[in-house]
Design a protein around this ligand. Structure first.
Ligand code: AGP
Length: 613
């Protein structure tokens, strides 16, 4: 889950590449590097740490005129998989002749065997990476035709790759290829740019081509030739991005995460717009590609995802059971293809992924397709691999999500799942009136979330009380249980507090042993089924000296009185309440992390899109 950029075209390629890397930094930020050709010489600059460190070093080491004079190069920002984040292990890597440079996103699984074979032929390796082996293999295969050499090398590779290759021997082109890791090509005017995602291309063009697995392309400033690895020409359509650079700016907020939290009334409005039918009391989700007959014949819904998307799936599970009387289950994507999922044509499999590139979820999609299930996706990134591989599904329209900690994608995922459940429920148990009532509840979501955002200062003040703890527990019941899991994940990933989410009833089966005087308990005590039991669980924690922060329904003073601190969320349907409740927890986590001085948008050891298994 690195970010790669390649550029060939007009002047000042180093600046274009560094700007592109900045846009991709959320994909990995532990080291970075750039390679350019200068008067036929391969010139490399690499640095541990952020892209800013690389930019400083490059500007210090390279003569200023080099920046404006050069017209092509490749660059990389890394999330280490093989070898620690050092300068030596940073990309680009060079082949034995030091005339071919490569940047790579993915994992070469058989690199040890390839390395041993090449060492047997006298190759010398400097780094611990799998990537250096691939560029040496390309060099070994190069008989005067770089394109063919890359094809021959990739035929010997097991694993995933998104690559860009530059050679001093063929200075007028860049070669790029993919299998499992995303590659987008920007079709410019007298310039061509490639990147791991469109964020790095926005400044140059809105016209893009998404490569498919085993595609390889030869890029020049004025041409893009796409073939498969057997050198057979393939055609890929040009798509329009439809959003501009400002979407990728902070817009005056201190962090992308806070900006994206505040964008939720708009992103939810976008996710809902034109999708609720108040005449029929249902939803219109054309992309699902289901006929009324398909829907009627469905016997089960299987939801798959990872991390925050897995938590959204868990809310979806409650929604399909409750609203559509349909058996629903959640599968952890990483386990899916390693167990033996029993699937058939009457099973609706919904793959949930913000990025649409998560390797485990993609593998689960392929498994479900193979087993003949009715597979669709719920993605945010348009044109992403999972969206294209499922060929049907619903886009979130949440806009680009830059902060590694997912916020607006989660709330839009839940909103779309509620609309899907409404659609299935309308065909199964909902009357028109009930359907209209629930559709109105969904329609109010932007306003409900806006109400929670008004409490930002109050939540920031509450966060002061909790920011200095090293442990915290989030508890919930019913659809608030996945909200507790999500709240704990947000706090964990951006503040580094060891936070755990539990079903409230589970505490007394073990975890309650961890409670001591002052242990923070964040309790989802909104007005949902089982609230009375929830209040009992809260008293069990209080009896052990825990400090209770309650998320309570507006005006429920009796429940609020049971808490040490509380945040109110508007009164609404229990399933809908999951969204304003999670926004309160997003703000809480944000302020705790801010108070602790954490790197909120780029937490250590994380990356926005996990493209390796
Ligand atoms: C969430 O804040 C994390 N960034 C992570 O858990 C994320 O949800 C997970 O990697 C899944 O990503 P996806 O939705 O892009 O597939």
């Amino acid at each position: 889950m690195c970010g790669i950029v390649g550029y060939i075209g007009k002047a000042d390629a180093p600046t274009v590449l560094l700007n592109g890397l900045r846009r991709l930094e959320y994909r990995g930020y532990d080291s970075a590097g750039i390679a350019v050709l200068d008067n036929g010489q391969m010139v490399i600059s690499k640095s541990p740490g952020k892209v800013s460190a690389l930019s400083e070093r490059t500007r210090a080491d390279w003569p200023a005129e080099r920046f404006s004079r050069l017209t092509m190069g490749i660059a990389h920002t890394r999330w280490a998989t093989h070898g620690p984040p050092t300068e030596i292990n940073a990309h680009p890597h060079l082949d034995q002749s030091r005339e071919i440079a490569l940047v790579h996103n993915g994992i070469i699984e058989n690199y040890r065997a390839l390395r041993a074979r090449l060492e047997g032929k006298g190759h010398h390796f400097y780094s611990e990476t799998d990537t250096e082996v691939l560029v040496h293999l390309i060099g070994e295969c190069d008989k005067g035709n770089l394109f063919q050499a890359v094809c021959d090398a990739l035929h010997q590779v097991e694993g995933t790759f998104g690559i860009a290759v530059l050679s001093a021997r063929e200075p007028e082109k860049i070669i790029t290829a993919r299998r499992g890791s995303p590659i987008v090509i920007g079709v410019g005017d007298g310039e061509t740019i490639i990147a791991s995602d469109a964020a790095a291309i926005l400044a140059h063009t809105q016209r893009v081509i998404y490569l498919d697995d085993n595609d390889i392309a030869i890029l020049t400033a004025d041409s893009i030739e796409i073939r498969d690895l057997n050198n057979v020409p393939v055609t890929r359509e040009i798509a329009e991005l439809g959003y501009d650079e400002t979407a990728a700016e902070k817009g005056g907020y201190g962090h992308f995460m806070l900006k994206e939290i505040y964008e939720q009334p708009d992103s939810l409005a976008n996710a809902i717009r034109g999708r609720l039918d108040f005449n029929v009391g249902s939803s219109v989700l054309a992309g699902m590609g289901t006929s009324p007959r398909d829907l009627a014949e469905l016997s089960r819904v299987v939801l798959i995802g990872c991390g925050t998307s897995l938590h959204a799936s868990l809310v979806g599970e409650y929604a399909f059971e409750d609203l559509a009387d349909l058996h629903a289950e959640v599968q952890q994507a990483a386990e899916f293809r390693y167990r033996n999922p029993i699937l058939g044509s009457r099973d609706l499999v919904i793959a949930i992924s913000q990025s649409g590139e998560t390797a485990d979820t993609l593998a689960a999609v392929r498994e479900a397709n193979q087993k003949g299930a009715f597979v669709m996706s719920l993605c945010n990134v348009v044109g992403s691999t999972i969206a294209r591989e499922t060929g049907r599904g619903v886009y979130l329209h949440a806009g680009p999500e830059i902060s590694v900690a997912s916020t607006k994608a989660f709330t839009c995922q839940v909103a779309v799942l509620l609309m899907m459940a409404l659609k299935l429920g309308r065909g199964r148990r909902f009357s028109r009136e009930e359907g209209i009532r629930f559709a109105r509840e969904i329609e109010h979501l932007p306003a409900l979330v806006a109400q929670v955002l008004l409490q930002n200062d109050r939540i920031a003040a509450i966060a002061e009380t909790y920011a200095h703890n090293e442990h915290a527990f989030f508890i919930g019941r019913g659809p608030m249980y996945p909200v507790a899991l999500e709240g704990a994940l947000k706090l964990k990933e951006i503040s580094y507090i060891h936070a755990e989410g539990y079903h409230a009833a589970e505490l007394k089966h073990g975890p309650i042993a961890l409670l001591v005087q002052g242990t923070p308990i964040i309790a989802l005590a909104c007005d949902v089924p089982g609230k009375d039991k929830m209040l009992g669980n809260i008293e069990e924690c209080r009896a052990r000296g825990a400090r209770i922060l309650g998320i309570v329904t507006e005006g429920d003073d009796a429940t609020a009185a049971c808490m040490d601190d509380f945040i109110e969320v508007p009164r609404c349907h229990p399933l809908v309440a999951t969204i304003p409740a999670v926004v309160a927890l997003q703000l809480f986590a944000y302020h705790v992390a801010r108070i602790r001085g954490c790197e909120i948008d780029q937490p250590r050891n994380l990356a926005k899109s996990v493209t390796v298994e």
